[in-house]
Design a protein around this ligand. Structure first.
Ligand SMILES: Cc1ncc(COP(=O)(O)O)c(C=O)c1O
Length: 371
């Protein structure tokens, strides 16, 4: 099958490798694994992940509904969100096996209404910052994410719930943050932890980039033995992040103030974090010693719709393909059709090498949104 650009191509082999790694860690440690649907809620991904995970973690009614549809009666659905809406509470409680309240206020208001339907937990902010950029730091000052650990200790509300949830890291490649967080929770809550049924460590760990998982496995085995709790991970980026590429075509090449600009048939519309966080995604064709410097730019009217300056071994020409790597997480889900530019077509590269078209958007999809 010939590939139509711009294309979002999911690599099933890589996805399965990531899932197998987590399934093996789960087997050795007893830690339960959830796929954090927010990273890429493609039903294809959920279907592929389903046999390897204990369920899905979600942040809204839509995600919870999709997760339940895919699970078809099996598995767990864990909800964590600062955006819990009273009108949706009952439906959420029927869909979700676990609900984590983000604040003491919400726990006080809503717990009684749902605790017969679902297992109730609290998201704690352990106030340990492991991320230097505050935009990604759930433990930043004045954080809106989770209950301040001191406030939780004073409230004693941990005694009223079945579980504790925290999520403190972003793309972490070692387990020091987790170890420190557990130590701090132990020092604050001591024996109360033994009354819990579960602890959810959140996501943010890139297991495929960590060589030695033994520290994690030992930590979970100890926690489960000592406290008698179930442990959960809810991983998004570490499952889909390195399992997709965006492939684009060069549609124009010209000079601007002495630099070569290549306009692509993709844009920051398809990977908004490039603009939001001013990061340059990895480009497969970039060569450190390439003699031809080119600014790769998206085709929208936004002046800052730029991926960055890259080096190539040959001058770029109209029709050349550019491949952005490691774009599986938080790209397509944040994509938009600004300027009337279509979404990328979605393909799965099967383990057999076969390319399967999953989704192709057209004018009717755009029209439906705006009329
Ligand atoms: C509460 C919570 N859990 C899990 C995740 C998934 O994190 P990641 O995709 O980095 O594994 C996130 C990401 O924002 C999150 O906010």
């Amino acid at each position: 099958m010939s590939l139509k650009t711009p294309a979002f191509v999911l690599n099933e082999t890589q996805l399965l490798e990531n899932l197998n790694t987590l399934a093996s860690i789960s087997k050795q440690s007893g830690c339960k694994i959830l796929y954090a649907v927010k990273a890429l809620p493609s039903a294809k991904v959920l279907e592929i992940a389903k046999p390897f995970v204990d369920g899905f973690s979600v942040s809204s009614l839509f995600e919870a509904t999709l997760a339940r549809e895919i699970l078809a009666g099996e598995g767990e659905v864990h909800l964590t969100t600062p955006a819990l809406i009273a009108d949706e509470l009952y439906e959420l409680a029927t869909l979700c096996s676990h609900i984590n309240f983000n604040s003491l206020t919400q726990h006080n208001r809503y717990a009684a209404a749902v605790e017969n339907e679902t297992s109730v937990g609290l998201r704690v902010n352990p106030k340990l910052s492991f991320v230097s950029d505050d935009r990604f730091n759930p433990c930043r000052r004045y954080s809106k994410l989770g209950i301040d650990i001191d406030a939780l200790w004073h409230s004693n509300q941990i005694e009223q719930v079945s579980g504790l949830h925290f999520h403190t890291v972003f793309s972490a490649t070692d387990f020091k943050p987790l170890i420190q967080t557990i130590e701090k929770l132990r020092s604050y809550f001591g024996k109360s932890l033994k009354k819990l049924k579960w602890i959810n460590f959140g996501g943010g760990y890139l297991f495929h980039s960590i060589q030695d998982h033994q520290q994690f496995i030992d930590l979970v085995i100890d926690l489960r033995r000592e406290l008698g709790v179930e442990c959960y991970l809810e991983i998004g980026n570490g499952i889909v992040g390195n399992a997709a590429q965006i492939i684009a075509s060069v549609i124009d090449v010209f000079e601007s103030d002495g630099k070569t600009i290549a306009i692509l048939d993709t844009s920051v519309n398809h990977n908004p974090e490039v603009f939001e966080y001013q990061r340059s995604p990895t480009v497969l064709q970039h060569h450190e010693n390439g003699r031809f410097n080119v600014i790769l730019a998206g085709g929208t009217c936004l002046a800052g719709d730029i991926f960055g300056e890259y080096c190539f071994q040959h001058p770029l020409q109209i029709g050349d393909k550019i491949t952005f790597e490691n774009v599986g997480a938080y790209t397509l889900i944040k994509a938009n059709r600004f300027n009337g530019h279509n979404f990328p077509s979605i393909y799965v590269q099967r383990t057999s090498g076969e390319l399967e078209l999953v989704k192709n958007y057209n004018y009717q999809d755009y029209q439906q949104q705006w009329t």
